[in-house]
Design a protein around this ligand. Structure first.
Ligand code: FE2
Length: 370
């Protein structure tokens, strides 16, 4: 067999190319929008692409699956429960896809999203037992995928984790992320084993109720441009440009600079609505990073703009995206609202009767931000 993991540093995602060296048939799992890397590999190795599989509808990065499927006449595969506006091969739990002598076994592991599947890989000439599993955003290294968007369900995630951890110790685990906004405590390693995670994943020893409350108590903010990205991956929008694929330098200002900003400057707070409601810099307008691309028309092109978040990371990445989208008069507030608060400056409060903020600023949730 042939197996290659590809890591995307900008979004913290992992994708995979699996192939039979005998039959030269290949499958690509969770491809990124940068499809040239797979094209090059298929060409160099003289592989024929049979299947392109998305383990789920991604909300944090644009999938390259449709592009690859169309270019190679390969079957575009997702779980049968995926809600998509385009045709795809509907995979069922327990179904097997053949790649020469290899077997890819579909295992439905919902929780992060309802349609999420894991893929067990077996190489029967060596063993009928699977030696590896691609887990998408169910089991991550030291973590599991967050359950709070796109029809996710923490109790289903508990059941899926339990199902995966029944696999033999030696099974190698290859997740859909090593960093990024789909989990809050990822170790950073790009792979692990079932045996190690059963012993040392902090979520693996929790009983159901504690697991559910741990998963729902604190979540990272929704990903940058999530609304546009998820809609594009479902085929109901065409906004592949919403993916941050560049890392332009952003000018940062400190809170003294914010105090002396020109009167015409617009201040956008890119945090979640509940965070904004519980205390924001006076005059800031709330535009959550998740909705930035879908609300791009609201961004004034002829005025200087300051982006602010909680600690300065989300606003930096949001500013990178605006620069990529052709908006140039944008700066980011270093240290964010936290620095403003720490300096004893006054905060305005909105309607605090709704949800209390449960956003955790996980250190590695903003993959690609250094
Ligand atoms: Fe995901």
């Amino acid at each position: 067999m042939y197996f290659k993991q590809m890591l995307d540093e900008l979004c913290g995602c992992a994708s995979y190319l699996v192939a039979s060296r005998q039959s030269r048939e290949a499958a690509i799992v969770d491809p990124s929008v940068e499809t040239r890397q797979y094209e090059a590999l298929l060409r160099e190795r003289n592989f024929t692409l049979r299947y392109v599989i998305d383990t789920h509808v991604h909300a944090d990065h644009i999938s390259g699956a449709r592009t690859l499927g169309a270019a190679h006449g390969a079957a575009l595969c997702l779980h049968e429960s995926a809600q998509l506006a385009y045709p795809f091969r509907r995979l069922k739990d327990g179904e097997e896809l053949a790649l020469g002598q290899l077997r890819l076994r579909v295992t439905h592991t919902p929780g992060h999203r309802a349609e999420l599947i894991s893929i067990l890989i077996a190489n029967p000439p060596r063993s009928q037992e699977p030696s590896m599993v691609l887990t998408g955003d169910s089991l991550l290294v030291g973590d599991v995928g967050r359950p709070d968007f796109g029809g996710g369900d923490p109790a289903a995630q508990y059941d899926s984790l339990t199902r995966l951890l029944r696999l033999p110790d030696w099974v190698a685990v290859f997740p859909g992320h090593f960093e990024g906004p789909c989990g809050k405590g990822m170790c950073g390693r790009p792979s692990t084993t079932i045996g190690f995670e059963r012993l040392y994943n902090p979520l693996a020893r929790l009983e159901r109720r504690a697991f559910v409350s741990t998963l729902t108590q604190g979540v990272p903010p929704r990903p940058l441009n999530m609304t546009a990205i998820e809609a594009t991956n479902r085929g109901v929008a065409d906004m592949a440009w919403a993916m941050l694929t560049t890392s332009p330098e952003v000018r940062e200002i400190d809170i003294a600079g914010l105090g002396s900003r020109p009167p015409e400057a617009v201040l956008f707070d890119v945090r979640e609505p509940a965070e904004y409601a519980h205390g924001h810099i006076l005059g800031a307008v709330n535009l959550p990073q998740a909705d930035l691309a879908s609300r791009l028309a609201e961004i004034p092109r002829n005025r200087s703009m300051i982006l602010v978040c909680e600690r300065g990371t989300r606003s930096y990445r949001a500013a990178q995206f605006l620069i990529q989208a052709g908006v140039d008069q944008v700066v980011s507030l270093q240290g964010g609202t936290a620095a403003w608060r720490a300096a004893g400056k006054p905060l305005a409060v909105g309607d605090t009767t709704g949800e209390t903020p449960r956003v955790t600023e996980s250190e590695w949730a903003h993959a690609g931000a250094f």
